[in-house]
Ligand binder design. Structure first.
Ligand code: CAA
Length: 391
């Protein structure tokens, strides 16, 4: 029985900060960002947007295209969750009116959690074909102002329906993973911004890819020549390019730079203008690749996609899937393109004002309406978050 991604849709915030504007504020050459790290814009969440509202926005069209009363579980992956105890998925479950006969749980391991949730969902469906699992990966990437990470913020959420006989991607059994206890990027409980040892994190990322790739080949017998498209975790697009170059080298493949780019660049188009969305980032890249070829009416049915997930700290996994015949008919390309195109630019000062919006610790707050929805965080009262469906 094939199991995998039946539907997939991504959402991002209504605003962005251009890295040209960012460079000007920081007295830097814009090419440090546009070329050096390969980023143009980062999506910025206003104060009344959080991972729950982004996730709900990602789920909406997907649930409209299926029977939501049949959803048996919600697996919510995030490293920027809204509560230390209650799963962000439980808020989402209420907001979307999902059935009560449903299991909900939050997954955490930095940017790896999205792939972990997907794999757990796939295995649940393999064990019981009646399971229809909503996997959501949603994050708002936040670093301290004036640190190396500030240019690599962003936000986004990806919703995936995982079922038997999926219409988009059959996830293949067997994968290669790698875990090592390291401190390359982390966020202690008292902080709402991440700490990072930037250069070190890029080295750990590449080493984890090397180890996970070796394991993947041993476990599956599949190698570089068996895979047509590669999607990587993308903290910034230059990282994915470095990753792919390393994989080419490790696989002893003779390739021109153009070949190397063709295998990875379609999966970087959205990420380049959305920024890092941590656990969602790999899947934003997957949507980017599917939409890129869909716009060219280039059918990828039967092609194998290699997916590499990396979560600092660190856990990594390389796995693969096969695109199903007719998958293009079930994509949400128009919605993705419209969301990206309709975002409004922020000045650096407005970005800072959003960034510094106080999160109440013991005071109540009603948030101004910054964005039009379709969901917003309306306020926090007695330490309880209240959401609104506005669209
Ligand atoms: N024109 C063209 N290129 C330029 C340039 C210019 N004017 N100025 C600089 N560059 C190039 C540099 O040569 C460098 O290229 P290489 O990486 O190929 O050497 C690149 O731009 C970056 O420049 P710096 O090294 O000077 O930049 P930095 O030190 O300020 O920041 C970073 C780089 C450390 C990666 C920083 O972006 C960072 O800390 N990011 C957050 C951490 C991160 O994303 N790590 C990735 C791995 S961990 C992970 O993947 C999990 C996750 O999501 C966080």
């Amino acid at each position: 029985m094939n199991v995998g991604i039946d539907l997939i849709h991504f959402a991002t915030a209504d605003f962005y900060l251009g890295l040209d504007e960012f460079a000007q504020q920081k007295n830097q050459d814009p090419n440090k960002y546009l070329v050096g790290i390969g980023q143009e814009k980062m999506s910025i969440a206003p104060p009344d947007e959080d991972v729950v509202t982004l996730a709900a926005k990602a789920c909406d069209p997907l649930l409209a295209a299926c029977d939501s009363s049949q959803i048996t579980a919600v697996f919510f992956a995030t490293e920027s969750g809204v509560d230390q105890s209650k799963s962000a998925g439980a808020f989402l479950h209420g907001l979307l009116g999902l059935p009560n006969r449903c299991r909900v749980v939050e997954f955490k391991h930095a940017c790896y959690a999205g792939a972990a949730a997907l794999q757990m969902a796939v295995n649940s469906v393999r064990a019981n074909a009646n399971e229809r699992i909503l996997v959501v990966a949603a994050d708002i990437a936040r670093y301290d102002v004036d640190t190396s990470g500030e240019a690599t913020q962003g936000c986004g959420a990806v919703a995936m329906l995982v079922t038997a006989n999926p219409r988009i991607l059959a996830v293949e059994p067997g994968s290669g993973y790698y875990t090592e206890d390291v401190m390359d990027f982390w966020r202690p409980n008292h902080r709402d911004t991440a700490l990072v040892d930037g250069k070190y994190s890029t080295k750990v990322y590449l080493n984890s890819l090397k180890q996970a790739w070796a394991y993947f080949q041993e476990a599956t017998g599949r190698g570089f020549a068996d895979i047509q498209h590669f999607c990587y975790h993308i903290p910034f697009t230059k990282m994915a390019e470095k990753a792919h170059k390393q994989l080419v080298k490790l696989s002893n493949v003779e390739q021109t730079d153009a070949d190397t780019l063709a295998q990875t660049q379609p999966s970087q188009i959205y990420n380049r203008v959305v920024g890092n969305s941590y656990s969602a980032s790999l899947f934003v890249g997957f949507c980017s690749m599917l939409d890129h070829y869909a716009q060219k009416a280039h059918d990828l049915s039967g092609d194998r996609v290699g997916l590499f997930s990396y979560g600092s700290g660190c856990v990594a996994e390389f796995f693969s899937g096969v695109l199903q015949t007719g998958y293009e008919a079930h994509l949400f390309t128009k919605s993705h393109l419209a969301q990206i195109a309709q975002r409004k630019p922020l000045s650096y000062d407005t970005y800072l004002a959003y960034y510094h919006q106080p999160q109440p610790t013991d005071a109540n707050i009603t948030f101004d309406t910054f964005h039009t929805g379709p969901y917003r965080l309306a306020g926090i009262q007695d330490h309880k978050r209240y959401y609104l469906k506005t669209g």
